[in-house]
Design a protein around this ligand. Structure first.
Ligand code: PEP
Ligand code: MN
Length: 338
């Protein structure tokens, strides 16, 4: 059950509410976010919802049968939109493209990528400065200095930054320079990191774990929301299966299903989803048709020289072609929906 409280609720009214919840054996958790104040109640006993809903100081009450509550569509029917300012929105009606290198490598690379994005009308740039790498000997990113340099160039160009945070300790230093924090697949169930990102007022793009179920992804998002941050996007980036012909198996099913299960925007990452450059466009288009609210992809001025993930990274001309195709596909999808 989710009870949304009026901001004006008095201490006495709240005490009465807790009393009522105790009587029906509901365990309450208080959640305050940048947008609202809620009580999430977990309990099994049958009761008349109106008993609680009619109490003073309560805006509304909903039963949510899913184990995750605040991210469920059973509670919030309308889609959530993430506003990054400057007219940049992510969510239904605002198909979002995010592109950039796997890793931030140099000032020259940042400048070339920004120029490419500007020419294509893309306003969100991805890139890693803290890189989770399978081998400890691989390039691990330029760190906070790389982020500061990137921020300097991107903010001048009106480009927003999405980048991965790997540890709780990095959040504070990164905060000023980041528009969207990415939680990578390897950290999808790092509950301390999720708790901490719930306490900052910056959007979070939460990637599905390499072998994560949809339920686990939604519960991970619930961690962030219940700690106070409603600005969350989910990202399907491929899962590990028995198939070894490609890096990951893009679970297009999950995109369609997540859109039904949650009100949060769902983003597709076809680059990691298949891991092979020549198929990224097809998987991106399939993801869009499955209902994705946006696509995040890896692009580079010279993919064959990229410090990481070059094999799945599009060149600028390849990316430009795909942006146009996605735009056309989005128009087609919109025509089905209207
Ligand atoms: C990335 O975005 O470059 C990345 C490492 O993604 P993932 O966590 O999905 O592997
Ligand atoms: Mn990558």
């Amino acid at each position: 059950m989710i009870i949304q409280l009026e901001p004006t609720i008095s201490a006495g009214q709240k005490a009465d509410l807790f009393q009522q919840l105790k009587a029906i054996e509901v365990k309450p958790a208080e959640v305050s976010t940048q947008f609202g104040h809620y009580i999430v109640g977990v309990g099994k006993k049958e009761f008349d919802i109106r008993l609680i809903g009619s109490l003073p100081g309560i805006r509304d009450i909903h039963r949510v049968s899913d184990d995750y509550k605040l991210v469920s569509r059973k509670w919030k029917v309308e889609d959530t939109t993430i506003d990054l300012g400057g007219g940049i929105r992510i969510g239904t009606g605002h198909f979002a493209l995010m592109a950039g290198p796997c890793s931030i490598e140099s000032e020259d690379q940042i400048a070339k990528t920004i120029e490419h994005l500007k020419q294509s009308g893309i306003r969100i740039m991805r890139g890693g400065v803290y890189k989770p790498r399978s081998s400890p000997y691989s390039f691990r990113g330029l760190g906070i200095d790389g982020l500061k340099l990137w921020y300097e160039l991107a903010s001048k160009a009106g480009i927003r930054i999405i980048t991965e945070v790997m540890m709780v300790e990095q959040i504070e230093d990164m905060l000023e320079y980041v528009d969207v924090f990415q939680v990578g697949a390897r950290n999808a169930q790092n509950f301390n990191l999720l708790d901490a990102l719930g306490k900052v007022d910056k959007p979070v793009l939460l990637k599905r774990g390499i072998s994560g179920t949809m339920e686990e992804l939604l519960q991970a998002a619930e961690y962030i929301f219940s700690n106070g941050n409603e600005r969350i996007m989910l990202c399907e980036r491929g899962i590990r299966t028995y198939e070894s012909a490609y890096r990951n198996t893009m679970d297009v099913n999950a995109i369609a299903m997540l859109k039904a299960k949650t009100h949060l925007p769902v983003i597709a990452d076809p680059s990691h989803g298949i891991g092979i450059r020549r198929f990224v466009d097809k998987i991106a288009l399939a993801s869009l048709m499955a209902g994705a609210d946006g696509v995040i992809m890896e692009v580079h001025h010279t993919p064959e020289k990229a410090f990481s993930d070059g094999q799945q990274t599009l060149s600028f001309p390849e990316a430009e072609r795909l942006y146009q195709q996605l735009e056309m596909a989005y128009q087609l999808r919109s025509s089905f929906e209207s």
